[in-house]
Design a protein around this ligand. Structure first.
Ligand code: ADP
Ligand code: ZN
Length: 763
């Protein structure tokens, strides 16, 4: 898009000029409806302030109600006929969205098949849009022309004092500052403004600045050979100032973070800044400390920031005052003026995909951004996503491996416990902890070690069933069984949070059997079991039920680190990133919880979870071991995880994906339809599918349609759900068709549909 500057580079002959075509217009998009781009004329008085990326206020429709919009281009009017409405106000100067971020949102809108307005809206935090923590203050100064002839101007004493003070001041002063200094009221100042001797301008200022926490500096570790090789690869790309994606496959505890930090030190020495993306759950004080102890100016963007704090950080970042931004997914949009490197730690984590519009994946966005800026992207993981692994094997990413732990510490020994045997011989097995696991826990505790137990299901009993009719107690709004929670004795839907008192009687009116049973093991019940088995041993449960308050997660980890807590049990929340040298035993209570979900990534997720939690032990001198309880010890994911063999797992799994043309051998685009009327929703999904199919036939675009069918969770929050999966090798052709279907198809009232490109969630 031509900028305003370039437009007038070659002056056209006046007699060729068509006044109308020469008019410069602003093209805007709206954050919500209406969709599409709209042109507005720019009044002269706004021309200087209006820049691409700024928000504007514009009139819309017959009634000319004014709406906020984003200016995405300024250019010649072109072929547009008729008189345009004019922009009524410019809201941001400097613009809110920089040119490179705007380009990124344009790419997102294309790639993820969504509208540009909502995409832009999503990259600017609400606190920034609302300018949280700022207020408008009037600043006063004396124009130079007035200052030059001040001796010739006769004024009353107070006014003269004001003038003299203002001329002597090195910067414009606020009314309060000025009145305080001259010991006067507003009125002499106002008279001077009235006489145009003092100029008053409104500016937005921050009310308070974010506090700086002083942190003791720590030194760099001398790198070991593997770390050195990894850093060399990154430094080469940095020095060549070229874009390259480097996949750092390093086992748990191999010292990846130290490599990130030293790479960023290099970036900072070039006068540039870096972004480090980590999963939200890893934004622990430990992580923050690691960066704060090594860099002077770090911004940590976590979800608990207030609007004011987030806005403050955003401004600091935009002014180039921050060397490193550490944050979750959306930090990929941080407005660093001179980006030098993007790092994504635990790049395989599904939380890097946003599950609302725009449904972007931070890894994909980071790659676009890094490519645009000509800087490297560094992806790190012990269990890379198969997409990334495939890209490395295909030569699109540079692969660097760190197959050993720091200080040559051995990987923990991982044993499996076959739960089928435990069930055959019921004598020693009651509840969730097998005899073997119990003994291992006892030994670890007796040795002064700490224990982590993973069970990826919260609640007490994970299903509530009537033994007489077999009926399962379900949510009233979702096609989901309720989970019994002992606290408060309630049955809760884990999808919509619907709650009711746990029934004692079968809710089926035809049955009403009085003796409902609870089955399935959740973390609450596991906690009760642990406390019964190990009375007096300090135990802590960590899941979304216990970790609700602000800071509770950090407080819990702190108690575990100090050794006040001996047994930490919880959901996947405890599986990631924690570095506690005294953990000598990890128990996976049930490795199968995610194995049989209807999702082609189920096996990959299981492998990742078991490997990650296994990585929490053996980090200190005492070593460590892992016990994995499973009904499926022969399953590839579980076998490979017990052998720490990512490569074997990845290669076998990829061969299977290739056979079925699953990603990374295709793109999966998921369309989700939902509505309160089941038939109407179903019919609409079929209509869309037919339309896509016929357009693909017409354009000879090869695509595989799966469905439409009821989604695995067929009802959610009172709405029926259907989904359609498109598998395509040529993604561009399919997204173009989808866009045209999206723009030309109107869903019946009460039915919504969304497009999830590169879907990760399959339920
Ligand atoms: P990863 O992210 O690969 O799991 P970490 O970066 O957490 O591994 O490193 C594990 C531990 O090893 C950390 O406590 C870290 O401080 C330490 N460490 C990192 N590099 C070195 C090194 N070169 N020498 C000694 N210790 C190191
Ligand atoms: Zn529900």
């Amino acid at each position: 898009m031509a900028g305003q500057g370039e437009l007038f580079e070659t002056e056209p002959n006046p007699w060729d000029m068509d006044a109308d075509a020469q008019q410069v217009v602003a093209t805007v998009v709206f954050p919500e409806a209406p969709r599409g781009e709209f042109d507005y004329s720019i009044p002269d008085e706004l021309a200087e302030r209006l820049k691409v990326g700024a928000r504007v206020r514009v009139p819309l429709g017959r009634g000319n109600r004014t709406l906020v919009a984003y200016c995405i281009a300024i250019g010649p009017k072109g072929t547009h006929r008729g008189k345009l409405k004019a922009v009524s106000a410019v809201l941001d100067d400097p613009p809110l969205v920089s040119a490179d971020i705007l380009k990124l949102t344009q790419w997102m809108a294309d790639y993820y098949v969504c509208d540009l307005g909502p995409a832009i809206e999503a990259v600017v935090p609400a606190g920034v849009r609302g300018r949280a923590g700022t207020r408008v203050t009037t600043f006063l100064d004396v124009p130079t022309s007035v200052a030059a002839r001040i001796s010739a101007i006769k004024l009353p004493a107070k006014q003269a004092a004001v003038m003299n003070h203002l001329i002597a001041a090195e910067r414009p002063l606020s009314m309060a500052e000025l009145c305080l200094a001259v010991k006067c009221t507003n009125s002499p100042v106002k008279s001077l403004v009235g006489k145009s001797l003092v100029r008053s301008t409104n500016r937005r200022v921050f009310v308070g600045d974010p506090e700086a926490v002083p942190v003791e500096r720590e030194n760099a570790w001398p790198l070991n050979g593997d770390q050195r090789l990894a850093l060399d690869a990154i430094e080469q790309a940095l020095e060549a100032a070229r874009h390259e994606t480097i996949l750092l496959h390093g086992v748990t505890g191999s010292g990846k973070t130290e490599v990130y930090i030293q790479a960023i030190e290099k970036v900072v020495s070039f006068g540039r800044q870096a972004i480090v993306l980590v999963p939200e759950i890893s934004l622990t004080p430990q992580t923050r400390h690691r960066f704060r102890s090594r860099f002077d100016r770090v911004a940590v963007l976590h979800s608990n920031l207030s609007h004011v704090e987030r806005h403050g950080e955003w401004q600091r970042i935009a002014r180039g005052e921050v060397e490193v931004v550490v944050g979750a997914r959306s930090a990929v949009f941080a407005p660093l003026p001179n980006l030098g490197l993007i790092v994504i730690d635990e790049e395989h984590e599904p939380s890097f995909k946003q599950d609302s519009v725009p449904r972007y994946h931070a890894r994909e966005v980071a790659e676009q951004r890094a490519a645009g800026a000509g800087v490297p992207l560094l992806l790190g993981s012990a269990t890379p996503a198969l997409e990334s692994w495939h890209a490395a094997k295909a030569g699109r990413y540079t692969l660097v491996s760190m197959p050993r732990r720091i200080m040559d510490r051995p990987m923990p020994h991982v044993g499996t416990i076959d739960l089928r045997n435990e069930f055959r011989d019921r004598s020693g097995y009651r509840g969730g902890i097998s005899r073997q696991l119990h003994q291992a826990m006892r030994a670890a505790l007796a040795d002064g070690g700490q224990v982590i137990l993973l069970l990826n299901r919260r609640g007490y009993s994970t299903h509530i069933q009537c033994p007489a009719c077999g009926g399962v107690v379900r949510c009233e709004h979702c096609e989901i069984g309720l989970t019994h929670h002992r606290t408060g004795d309630v049955a809760i839907c884990h999808y919509c949070n619907y709650q009711k008192p746990t029934p004692t009687q079968c809710p089926d009116p035809d049955c009403r059997f009085d003796g409902i049973r609870f089955g399935g093991l959740g973390t609450q019940r596991l906690e009760a079991e642990v406390m019964a088995r190990f009375p007096g041993v300090a135990t802590l449960r960590m899941d979304t039920d216990t970790m609700q308050g602000r800071g509770s997660h950090e407080a819990a980890l702190d108690r575990f680190r100090k050794g006040e807590v001996k047994i930490l049990l919880g959901t996947q929340m405890i599986a990631k990133g924690l570095d506690f040298p005294n953990v000598t035993l990890v128990g996976v209570v049930n490795a199968d919880t995610g194995l049989h979900l209807p999702d082609f990534r189920a096996s990959e997720r299981t492998f990742q979870l078991v490997t990650q939690v296994a990585g929490r032990t053996g980090r200190g001198e005492k070593g460590g071991r892992v016990l994995v309880q499973t009904f499926n010890p022969e399953e590839r994911a579980i076998k490979a995880a017990t052998r720490h063999d990512f490569v074997a797992f990845a290669n076998a799994e990829l061969a299977e994906r290739e056979e079925f043309k699953y990603p990374p051998y295709s793109h999966v685009i998921r369309l989700i339809f939902r509505g309160e009327a089941e038939t109407a929703t179903d019919m609409f999904s079929q209509q869309v599918a037919e339309r896509i199919e016929s357009l693909c036939d017409e354009g000879r675009v090869s695509v595989r349609l799966l469905g439409p069918a009821a989604a695995p969770i067929s009802k959610l929050r009172g709405k029926f759900r259907f989904h359609l999966l498109l598998q395509a090798v040529d993604r561009t052709a399919v997204t173009e068709i989808l866009r045209s279907v999206m723009l030309s198809t109107k869903a019946p009232n009460g039915v919504q549909w969304v497009i999830d490109a590169d879907a990760i969630a399959m339920l």
